[in-house]
Structures are given as structure tokens and as C-alpha cells.
Design a protein. Sequence first.
Length: 279
Amino acid sequence: MRMGHWILSMGALWLGTLVAMSADQKVEVAPGLTGAWNRPASGLDGRTVLLFHGLAQDMDEVGDLHKKLAGRLSERGVASLRINFRGEGDRARTNIESTFTTRLADAVSARAFVLRQEGVRSERIGVVGFSLGSATAIETGGRHPDWFRTLVLWSSPSGKVLDYLMTRPDAQAAMRDGIGCDNVPGWKPVYTKREFYESFRGYDLDQSLARFPGSVLSIRGSEDFLPRRDVEMLNAAPGRPREALVLGGADHIFRVFQPELGYEQRVLDLTEAWLLKYL
């Protein structure tokens, strides 16, 4: 009986250790801005990653891609912060109240938060952005060239974002009527306002990335609905290394609901390897 109790106790201890290694700490990053801070149980060597989600998603991202990446990085000694952008940050939310301006402010708050955490090194911070989260990362990195060591861009927009957005019926409706709706099949209706689109006026992501001196990795699927201009955009970036990868057959969200195709695993593997090498 004593041996059985010892085995059970050791099993509970081992399980508790695993939980501790992978557990998130829910935090208030700034007033109204929530997130999850993942600090490796094995100790922090200074490397930290900010994860910026796409439009109308939350900090864990579609298919929990960002949450899974945070867990993998934690096992390698890398801390991370996922945030719920204000006015979005809820998978069930359909009425978007954010703008590109508020997203950029939240990105500044996210970096300020991690710098307040013991052991974080300001020169070893990177960003992973998904879709509009990539645009947020690019513009923030361009505005503050010494803030981030590397950027990883998943399914990123490029160039003048407003020009692309205005090809969409929901954006046209919002600019005309004040509000527009994109009813995404199999997901949810997403309502955006004129202010959201107006907030992109004057931004050119190619020019912003040209001001970022760090390394850059871009990953997208060949079936992404966004224009595939990764090579052109990265050619303007002065940093090295820079790499644009296209996964043949993958869509904007890397077909995360078809895990048997392997795209999700490939994206996570590529991103983890890049961050471990260049962060």
C-alpha cells in the first residue's frame, strides 16, 4: 500500500509539473486589455514572444494556434504574451469596435507589460502576428525599429491595406452606410464600422517593413484569399535573414480544422524553429 501511495504521489507530482509548465497566467496588460502570460517553469533566459491575433479572433487564435505555439515555446524556455485586442478579443463577438489605431496602442501596451516582467530582455523580444495581427506587428516594428529582434508573419496583408479592403463589399457598405457585414460561412457574421476602415488610411505595410531592421519570416498558404506579395514586401526589408514560405494547398487559416493535412503542424514547426534560431 505504501508503495502504491508513493507511485500515486509521484504521478500526481509529475502531472502537476506538466500543468505548471504549460499553464497560462491570465493578466490585465493595461486597462481593458487582457491576455495570457506564459512564463516557462524551467526558468526564463530573457527570450519573449508577443502573439497578435487576427480580426475578430481572440488571443488563442483559430484552432488554438497561438495557444499551442505558446506551450511549445514555454517548453523551450521562451516566455510569451497573448493579448485580446480591445474591441475584439472574443471568438463569439460579432460587432467589432476596434480600429487599427487601437490595435497599435494595444501592441505598445503589450511590449510595456513584458518589459515589467522579471527576466525579460528588451533586446530578445519577437512578435508572431496572424493576418491583421501581422499588419499590427509590421507597423509597430516600423515605428519602433529597436523594439523587436524578429517578426513572424502568418497570412499577412501587404502594401496599402485600405486599397485591398475597399475591394470588399463589407468595407464598401461600411464606408457608405456606416456599418458593413461579412457573413463568413461556417463561422459568424462580422460587423465593422466606417471608423475601422478609415483608421487604415495612409498606412503602407511595405514602407513600414522597410524601416524594420530585424529578421523576418513570412508564412502563408497558396490558397490564401489575400494577395500573395510576400517576396515583394520582404525585398524592401533591410534585415537579414528574411524568408517567405508558401505552403502549397493551405488556405488563410492553414486548414486548421483538417489537422490530418499537416499544415498546422508545419506552421508551428517552422515558427518555433525560426524563433529558437533568431530570437
